[in-house]
Design a protein around this ligand. Structure first.
Ligand code: CA
Length: 750
């Protein structure tokens, strides 16, 4: 029979530049940080740069979100002396995706579920930790890991959003709760929050996630002092007819089939990037993918389906839309425009332009005029086959025949994980380059045989896909066997080798300056895709990036030459940041991987060798070697027989597979260790088998993140699911040990 474990990936959502700057880089890059007490992110002026004095005020540094530090004590001439300064261990083995903030000598950060913390930036001493104590039921509503992408800071308050939808204002001195707001309009639907709040003047803005489930995207603005709701902006309508919650939805509704699948929510969630330009008083918001994915199912007559996969510019005073630019009209491929946006001033054709730059999942690098939303340029920064180009006159992509998979399977570039995902890119105004953690992986898309049925609070994306990786997880999967071979699907298409790159992109000429491959030992499989984390660039003309393999790499920002690699003893995907305290420049990064089919937990991953507990680590010149955790003792090959005998009819096992794919595979598929403590259900102990029904229907492991599924599954369905998992366990053994041995092992079971 077809194996859901095998087809797991289908369900996992999933110029050379000017001459080098030769002037001295060893200048005085920092001073004390006391001069910026009570700093308000929104008060900053372009000529008054707090980053220069050592602070780091937003995830990307300041309102520009460039992930660029003007500090240069650490530079190309001395970076080989960069080493360990201090670390602090953090709770949770789920992935860490946030970049900490630093003001007045204190680092503020966040982690899985929305935990938040403050530590002394000079030595890592814990000042406070905050646990939002979420409703664990929301742990099962994540598409892509129980993660959190950071805090916001304004005045005396730190803001963090919890997975279960609560936005917290915390006193920055002691972490106590100042106010709390429930940001979810419907707690039965598949809403979660994994993104950071953003500050816009006196407002704090938060979005949400859940487009793979049944979320209707929106953002909400709260008074940052009181927590009072000021306005809410929906990214998609919920009906073709008035009344609409706000006038922009009437415009949007005209771009949808009146018979669209309104009940599913339609997606467009704002799960990551926003930015705020205090001079223009514009809030920029990136919106997510459609739900369900296939447009001919979602909005049968077609249409752009506003405001999916768009960049929105909103006036924060009244919550009204000023302009919008849709990167992927009629999204069909999970092509979010939620990737980080960088605000910069570029000289283009002799004119200084205030631009917004984004490298969304769809593979094109966009430069927009951030005052008007005018498209200035867009060129592919990775292999793209869904569109031939972006027409600069219309601002629209020109789709290819390859883009539509509704009637027949298609290999499409990029795949649903995108040519760039949430991992922050960086822009250095010194080199004029944008450093993109770019990915190359097309996917084979196909429609499931089953008709679509809406499931409240469940997975509703519907399309299926596999990546072009060999082995039982990809091209050798049972699903792949139902499709034409890759040589047929891939005829005339781009290279299907899965790889990762750090690409230096010139946003003015829209050309590649240099690239370094970051695939590690994994060229051809998904670990190659995920091995390169978020990026920091500095005025020391350095680019920093953490890797799943456990190295923090420092590269020459002009050439891409690797100048230094620090063995961190932990897998990384978050972007580093840099700050200074008492005249010392530090580079800091949160470690720990996980998230949407993040790196497989396999030899070569630092998380495999040293475990995956979260850690904040700081580095300085003259530092030492990083203290590693004890090595993990791995149980060895999976030759132990399953703890229970096979049972169930073939029909039950088949039903169990279908239930597994819809309800379990988001977390439990492809887990020869996902690195985030999510068990491989083919290796359940006898005790777990005995407790299986209670775990699924009574929520007995809810504190560990295993949700209660009693609203989605009944007892008969749980038994079917169990028979399927037992069958899978025996199939796994049959691949690892000679038949005679496992047959006798099965016979010995009670
Ligand atoms: Ca998605």
């Amino acid at each position: 029979m077809r194996s859901a474990f095998k087809v797991s990936l289908c369900l996992l959502i999933f110029a050379i530049i000017g001459a080098c700057d030769t002037k001295s880089e060893a200048g005085n890059g920092s001073s004390n940080t006391n001069s910026i007490s009570n700093n308000n992110v929104t008060d900053q002026q372009p000529n008054n740069n707090p980053l220069q004095s050592g602070s780091w005020l937003t995830g990307g540094g300041d309102y520009r979100q460039a992930y660029f530090s003007p500090l240069k004590h650490i530079n190309r001439s001395n970076v080989t002396e960069l080493g360990y300064a201090w670390h602090i261990d953090l709770p949770s083995e789920h992935g860490y995706e946030a970049t900490p903030l630093m003001v007045d000598g204190v680092l503020y950060g966040s982690g899985p579920q929305g935990i938040a913390f403050a530590v002394d930036a000079s030595n890592g001493r814990s000042l406070w930790q905050f646990n939002p104590e979420i409703d664990p039921q929301f742990m099962r509503k994540v598409c892509c890991g129980v993660v959190n992408r950071g805090v916001a800071l304004s005045g005396e308050t730190v803001f963090v959003a919890a997975l279960d939808g609560h936005l917290f204002a915390l006193d920055k001195i002691d972490g106590t709760v100042v106010w709390r707001a429930d940001t979810f309009m419907d707690r039965k639907r598949g809403y979660t929050i994994t993104g950071a709040p953003y500050i816009a003047g006196d407002l704090v803005i938060i979005g949400n996630a859940g487009a793979e489930f049944d979320a209707r995207g929106y953002i909400t603005a709260y008074d940052r002092h009181t927590g009072e709701q000021r306005w809410r902006f929906f990214t998609v309508p919920n009906s073709p007819n008035p009344p609409f919650e706000h006038p922009e939805l009437e415009v949007a509704a005209a771009t949808w089939d009146p018979d669209s699948l309104w009940q599913v929510g339609l997606g467009g969630t704002v799960w990551d990037a926003m930015a705020f330009d205090p001079q223009l008083n514009l809030l920029y918001v990136g919106t997510g993918n459609a739900a369900p994915y296939p447009r001919k199912l979602r909005s049968p007559v077609g249409g752009d389906n506003l405001y999916l996969a768009s960049i929105l510019a909103i006036n924060p005073d009244d919550g009204r839309l000023v302009w919008h630019y849709q990167t992927t009209p009629g999204d069909n491929w999970d092509f979010t425009a939620t990737q980080k946006m960088i605000l910069a001033d570029l000289t283009i054709e002799g004119k200084s332009r205030q631009v917004l730059m984004q490298a969304p999942k769809n593979g094109f690098f966009y430069v927009l005029d951030r005052v008007t939303g005018e498209l200035i340029s867009a060129e592919p920064y990775a292999q793209v086959s869904w569109a031939s180009h972006i027409d600069l006159d219309t601002g629209r992509p020109v789709e290819t025949a390859q883009a539509e998979y509704f009637d027949e399977p298609k290999l499409i570039f990029p795949g649903p994980q995108g040519a760039h995902n949430w991992q922050p890119m960086s822009y250095s105004p010194q080199t004029g380059l944008v450093y993109i953690p770019a990915k190359e992986a097309g996917a084979i898309w196909t429609m499931p045989e089953e008709a679509f049925t809406y499931q409240e609070g469940g997975l509703n994306s519907h399309s299926q896909y596999i990546f072009t990786t060999p082995g039982e997880w990809g091209l050798d999967s049972a699903l792949a066997k139902t499709l034409p071979p890759l040589k047929v699907l891939g005829a005339g298409q781009p290279d299907t080798t899965i790889r990762g790159f750090l690409r230096a992109w010139n946003p003015v000429t829209q050309t590649l300056a240099w690239e370094r491959e970051t695939s590690g030992p994994w060229i051809g499989n998904m670990n190659a895709f995920w091995n390169g984390g978020g990026v920091l660039s500095t005025a020391g003309n350095l680019v920093f990036q953490g890797r799943g393999t456990g190295e923090l790499a420092a590269l020459d920002a002009y050439t891409g030459e690797t100048l230094h690699q620090i063995a961190v003893g932990a897998s990384m995907m978050a972007a580093p940041m840099s700050y200074s305290v008492d005249g010392i420049q530090y580079v800091a990064i949160l470690t720990g991987v996980g998230g949407g089919n993040g790196n497989d937990y396999v030899p070569g991953m630092a998380a495999y060798t040293y475990g995956n507990a979260g850690r904040l680590i700081a580095f300085k010149l003259g530092g030492g070697t990083v203290p590693k955790r004890p090595e993990v003792v791995h149980a060895g090959a999976s030759t132990a027989p399953p703890a229970v005998a096979r049972r169930g009819s073939p029909q039950q096992i088949m039903e169990g597979e279908s239930l597994f794919l819809r309800n379990c595979a988001k977390c439990h598929a492809n887990i020869d260790g996902r690195g985030a403590g999510i068990p491989d259900l083919r290796r359940m102990s006898a005790e777990t088998h005995r407790a299986f029904r209670q775990i699924v229907l009574e929520g007995t492991l809810v504190e560990r993140g295993m949700g209660n599924f009693s609203d989605l599954l009944n007892a008969d369905q749980v038994e079917a699911l169990h028979t399927y998992l037992i069958d899978e366990a025996w199939q796994l053994l049959s691949r690892n040990v000679p038949a005679g041995e496992w047959h006798s092992a099965e016979q010995e079971l009670p």
